[in-house]
Design a binder for this molecule. Structure first.
Ligand code: SR1
Ligand code: MG
Length: 396
């Protein structure tokens, strides 16, 4: 199996040195990729990390995603290498070759400007929104299962020859964005840190959590696993906002966090976000959508296991061993994602947008369930995991 890259991006823009784009230069920058005069450029930056523009001509549009030398959400006080967009571009290419029609199409990567010109997904919306509004997205789980199974197995030692694996691992080493995850996911929530953000009603529970030696040791063990298990080229930030959908299409976006990491990380993150969605839906009394979210989680896992079985029969590896080892990490990563999305810097919108009457109890439920997963999920199967992640606890 070979993952040799063949695509030759042609540099067409006339920008000969880096500048931070804004509306007027982005129109000039993207003109070569639009067959007709630009009629409008809009700043549509929504995420925490990069700057994103939509540039329109009559009848079509492109997205320009540019890395700026700092974390967009934090400002210049949090410098960040612009080379992160090279990681994203390369990961889009590799994952795109493995799972056709699931990554957005890249029209050009401009090294000078640290910018990608790509397909505009304007008719798609983030899957997270479906959890807040109308959740009928039954075509999504199978695509996610296909994506995760393909990228995990086909970028791993189970399939690649040692030379190719070594080269890929070198290209996708532990980046500055991995350090951001390390801090926000594995460290800050378990110590007093300016990077944490939670409402005052949670303070006693957070004090307990940060004094919990068993929990802190488990978090520290997971940090080591995150840093050292270079098993596959993973997405690195696969929450439900990184998945876009329409009535018929699914795309996976935002690969700037991609690196060689543990098999269990991506699905752990995703299941945690689905569990948070279910907790929020139950708290709102929206039982239909809660049931639907649960069925999505179960379908992703069942379909993923089926696909792993199929790949095992092609490539001759032990699927049971693979799944058992992956699950051990996955459930614990999920627990950590649940905790950090409540008390860390980046929150789950579904929980934050709950009414005052139920928000605090939903948050406490998520923290307690997350803790249980982190310290007490050894030997769990998926059913036990999901029950634990979403169980209702009496909270005071
Ligand atoms: C400040 S960056 C916060 C989060 O945004 C990204 O989507 C990642 O989840 C990161 O942890
Ligand atoms: Mg993101």
């Amino acid at each position: 199996m070979s993952l040799t890259l063949t695509k030759d991006h042609v540099l067409m823009s006339d920008f000969d040195r880096y500048e931070e784009l804004n509306l007027s230069p982005v129109a000039r920058f993207s003109q070569p990729y639009l067959s007709g005069p630009v009629v409008e450029a809009k700043d549509v930056s929504g995420g925490n990390i990069n700057r994103v523009f939509r540039v329109l001509r009559a009848g079509s549009s492109v997205i320009v995603k540019q890395a700026i030398p700092y974390l967009r959400a934090a400002g210049k006080g949090w410098p960040l290498t612009r080379h992160r967009i090279e990681t994203e571009n390369l990961a889009l290419e590799i994952h795109g070759a493995l799972v056709p029609r699931v990554m957005p199409e890249v029209f050009c990567f401009d090294h000078q400007m640290f910018a990608i010109v790509m397909e505009d997904l304007k008719s798609l919306e983030p899957w997270r929104e479906a959890m807040l509004l109308d959740g009928h997205t039954t075509h999504v789980p199978i695509v996610i299962a296909e994506y995760c199974s393909q990228i995990l197995i086909k970028t791993s030692a189970l399939v690649l020859d040692p030379k190719e694996l070594k080269e890929l691992r070198a290209k996708f080493s532990y980046t500055e964005l991995c350090l951001v995850t390390e801090e926000l996911f594995f460290t800050a929530p378990y110590v007093e840190s300016k990077l944490n953000r939670f409402e005052s009603g949670l303070a006693p529970l957070v004090v307990d959590l940060q004094a919990d030696e068993v929990l802190r040791a488990a978090a520290s063990e997971m940090r080591t696993i995150f840093k050292t298990k270079t098993e596959a080229l993973i997405h690195g930030d696969l929450h439900s906002g990184s998945i876009m959908f329409s009535g018929s299409e699914v795309r996976i976006i935002d690969l700037e966090f991609a690196f060689y990491g543990p098999f269990g990380f991506d699905l752990g993150v995703l299941f945690a976000n689905l569990a948070l969605s279910k907790i929020a839906q139950m708290a709102r009394g929206d039982f239909n959508h809660a049931w639907m979210t649960e069925s999505y989680a179960k379908e992703i896992w069942e379909s993923f296991c089926q696909k792993i079985l199929g790949l095992a029969s092609i490539y001759g590896f032990n699927s049971e061993k693979f799944l058992f080892e992956m699950e051990g990490d996955m459930y614990r990563f999920a627990g950590m994602e649940m905790i950090r999305r409540i008390i860390g810097l980046a929150h789950a919108k579904e929980i934050d947008s709950l009414s005052d009457q139920v928000r605090l109890s939903g948050q406490k439920q998520a923290i307690r369930n997350g803790r249980r997963l982190l310290v007490n999920s050894s030997g769990f199967d998926f059913e036990q995991f999901w029950k634990t992640a979403t169980r209702e606890v009496s909270v005071s």
